[in-house]
Design a protein around this ligand. Sequence first.
Ligand SMILES: *Cc1c(COP(=O)(O)O)cnc(C)c1O
Length: 400
Amino acid sequence: MQHFPDARSVVRALAPDEPVILNRPHAAARAARFFVEKFPGKSLYAVKANPSPDLFRILWDNGVTHYDVASIAEVRLTRSVLPDATLCFMHPVKSRGAIREAYIEHGVKTFSLDSSEELAKIVEATSDADGNPATDLRLCVRLRVSSEHAALSLASKFGCDLTEAPALLQETRQYADWLGVCFHVGSQAMSPFAYVQALDRTRAAIAEASVVIDMIDVGGGFPSVYPGMEPPPLEDYFTIIHQHFYALPIAYNAELWCEPGRALCAEYSSLVVKVEKRRGEELYINDGAYGALFDAAHVDWKFPVRPMEDDLIKPEMDFAFYGPTCDDADYMPGPFSLPEDIQAGDYIEIGMLGAYGAAMKTDFNGFGSAERIIVEDEPMASLYDGSRTRPAADNVVSLR
Ligand SMILES: *Cc1c(COP(=O)(O)O)cnc(C)c1O
């Protein structure tokens, strides 16, 4: 991969006609070390946020040993890049074939589930030829919790309710060498209180079930920084989670896990796009809803932008973007603030696209390609550069 100091030098040297993904390995390494050193337990990387082999190696080299995988393709990919990593199959709905291949061929022992049917599937798919159940399974029961503090909900699809959880925990305990409870508070959780609520629910489920719990997995949801979304420092999340974990009625040596996706890789990538046309306050750019800007189009996510030209002198104004495909849905309302005199032929860097950005690119309508280049400058915003500290008393922000 080519190396450049920053986006501007990429534009000057290459004047790229197609979008370019800029990767910042130092930013991903810093995020990994932050979680490894400061989270009071084990941090699993949620592979779906960005399944790039280069990123896996950076995280591994900086101490991330466990990976949350959700499909057999993610299992195979992660195993092929990191032969010694611990893989945990945390999608609560899997096919028998996927479970079996993961267990037999890739050494996966940890599986999540949210129903008796899924438990039966896991037990059957991992039994030996004589039908004896496996004795080394590490099973996590996924609880449904609120997504009210998160920008993106994960509340309705997965997880068992508090009424079902105690029985499912008791049933799962019979097959589990090691039993955990997991949940996901929704992505981009803007307040640490999200985890407090979820851990309270966990406590209720465990108390009712009265089984030994070996692990609590607080899932993903740790935020990154975007325009209009400035979360409290992550240390506040870690402190609160640790306090509430300690107060749970669980095994004395129970482990605490988390599964960050976004927080580990949002700062890893940005994107350089070219303005192909301007129509008033709308800029037609060469990436969009079917590319790395999926969230900008589908959930109106606001990403930071900056112009790449020195000769733009006018003050900034608000723009919306159109992507390159032929349908109206390829539209990103923003608003994105850029100099008033920006025009066709100019370039823009769009930041904070390492999570759910680079990973979302499709080839729809022939617009999928993007070169990848390494740059050395700072990401457009960071949770890990020491600038985001705040007294702990002030750690609960208002909701959007
Ligand atoms: C998506 C997902 C994650 C990662 O979520 P982030 O909000 O990106 O941190 C973690 N665990 C599970 C089970 C997920 O589905």
